[in-house]
Design a protein around this ligand. Structure first.
Ligand code: HEM
Length: 467
């Protein structure tokens, strides 16, 4: 067990802090985009919607990737009770990732693109990201001494690490003419890779949440139990085969659609399990609700339920024909990335970052609770407004003699107003949550600089990395 000065800004923590910074930037870009829904063409000269959208989406996607990386690196050390195999590799990985993301955001602002939806940056920038990920895999595998008798969360991390690399590379196959020349094949591979990539980062986040829940409950039996592995294999099965609902509208082989529909239905098993566990969750929630990390897990639990319900509905081919290309898809993506991914990562961030040199003050805790309530209520309204706008757009798409596009957009305006107001409330709530976390880290960093070992003043409390 390694002893660490708790104030030292470790690289694993820096991943989480950088992720929180990206979340803050993503919120500001998102708000600007929502404003442009209301006033089309505003800020057109400097930051048009074509630039704001990728700025927002890439910032929040990299928040998820940085946050998940920080979570896995920190919990891996807590699990093994040892430092990582090579701390220098993590430093190199962080420098590569940070350099790439900064270049990506600057290139969007300058109007330089060249990629595809979700990864709209120039494909050359994918090379350092993949290289940094390979360093991550090497460090992880060398840090766990053996594959035998590992708990389910270690398997989830391993699966997530390898599948992310695989699907990330797959999402760039379009650069080769062999794949690009057939539109149907190209689109099939593209959407398959995106669907599975989300499954891969979910494995990293769910595995870390599993570890955190065991830490809070103080009971480590569940991570070796058969039910945990059954759920893991159901998740893995879905990660590999349920992406078919992304391509229902493509004229590809029917068996692909049938298999993926059948696989999507296995998710009913997961949803059933969630409902089954709900009662015990509620009673446990009462017990631990004072714990900030636990609150975010409870909120994510509700959003897993809501997102799965919407996803299962969207997996029905007859429904998918209507929802395709509408705001219902945006509701699905944002519901999942905010309600599940971001809430779970915030739970982990509070666990990793809360016990710094400056404990949260009563005042901070009060505002944090207000932020939590604001985010949850406004997210629900935000999500419903997108679904409602999507239903209207779906009806418009299916009309035999549709109204002009501009009339349809006018019809959606009331929903966009609700979207903007609830989105602003949600962003405010997130800032109330982020402020004490980031302020604390900054305070600690300066304290660390002043008391840096070797200056003769390093008398700050020493904590064990494994608690
Ligand atoms: C944790 C916070 C957030 C996350 C993780 C997030 C995530 C996402 C994702 C993944 C997309 C792409 C959706 C798709 O193409 O299917 C998206 C789009 C978008 N988001 Fe967010 N978002 C967040 C907060 C916000 C906020 C607070 C607003 C502003 C009110 C906002 C406004 C938008 C807009 C306008 C789009 C573009 C939708 C379109 O292309 O029509 N987002 N967001």
């Amino acid at each position: 067990m390694a002893a660490l000065n708790n104030n030292k800004p470790t690289t694993s923590r820096l991943f989480m802090i950088a992720g929180l910074g990206l979340l803050a930037a993503g919120l500001l870009f998102g708000l600007t985009g929502a404003w442009q829904y209301l006033v089309p063409g505003s800020l057109k000269e400097y930051l048009s919607f074509e630039r704001i959208r990728p700025l927002h989406v890439s910032s929040v996607v990299f928040w998820i990737i940085f946050g998940a990386t920080g979570a896995v690196l920190t919990y891996l050390q807590q699990y093994t009770g040892k430092k990582l195999y090579c701390p220098l590799l993590v430093k190199i990985q962080l420098s590569i990732f940070a350099g790439s993301v900064i270049t990506i955001l600057i290139s969007y602002t300058a109007g330089i693109f060249g990629g595809r939806e979700y990864w709209e940056f120039h494909p050359a920038l994918a090379i350092p990201i993949a290289a940094g990920w390979i360093l991550f895999i090497i460090n992880f595998i060398r840090s766990i001494s053996s594959f035998r008798k590992q708990p389910v969360y270690v398997w989830m991390w391993i699966t997530g690490l390898f599948f992310f690399l695989f699907t990330f590379i797959e999402s760039y196959l379009w650069i080769f003419p062999y794949f690009r020349n057939s539109v149907v094949n190209d689109m099939t591979i593209q959407w398959k890779s995106y669907g599975s990539m989300v499954g891969a980062w979910n494995m990293l986040i769910y595995g870390s949440s599993f570890f955190l829940m065991e830490k809070i409950s103080g009971n480590n039996k569940y991570s070796h139990a058969p039910i945990a592995f059954i759920l893991y294999f159901t998740g893995l099965f879905n990660l590999m085969f349920n992406w078919g609902h992304h391509i229902y509208t493509l004229p590809t082989y029917p068996f692909i659609k049938h298999i993926s529909y059948a696989v999507s239905m296995t998710e009913l098993f997961i949803i059933g399990r969630i409902i089954w566990q709900w009662r015990s969750t509620v009673s446990t929630a009462r017990k631990h609700f004072h714990h900030t990390a636990y609150r975010f897990i409870v909120a994510a639990d509700i959003w897993i339920f809501l997102t799965l319900a919407l996803a299962i509905a969207m997996s029905i081919p007859a429904v998918n024909v209507y929802t395709h290309g509408t705001h219902i898809t945006v509701a699905h993506t944002m519901g999942a990335t905010i309600g599940i991914n971001s809430f779970l990562l915030l739970a982990i961030a509070f666990d990793i970052l809360h016990d710094t040199c400056t404990p949260l003050s009563e005042k901070n805790i009060k505002w944090l609770k207000r932020g939590y309530a604001t985010v949850n209520i406004s997210l629900l309204i935000f999500w419903i407004s997108l679904i409602a706008a999507g239903v209207l757009k779906a009806r418009w798409q299916m009309q035999e003699t549709p109204l002009p596009f501009s009339s349809m957009m006018l019809m959606l305006k009331p929903y966009f107003i609700v979207f903007f107001i609830s989105g602003s409330a949600m962003a405010t709530g997130f800032f109330l949550i982020l402020y004490p976390l980031l302020k604390n880290q900054a305070a600690c960093y300066f304290k660390y600089l002043v008391n840096k070992p070797g200056t003769g003043q390093d008398r700050l409390p020493v904590q064990l990395i494994v608690e």
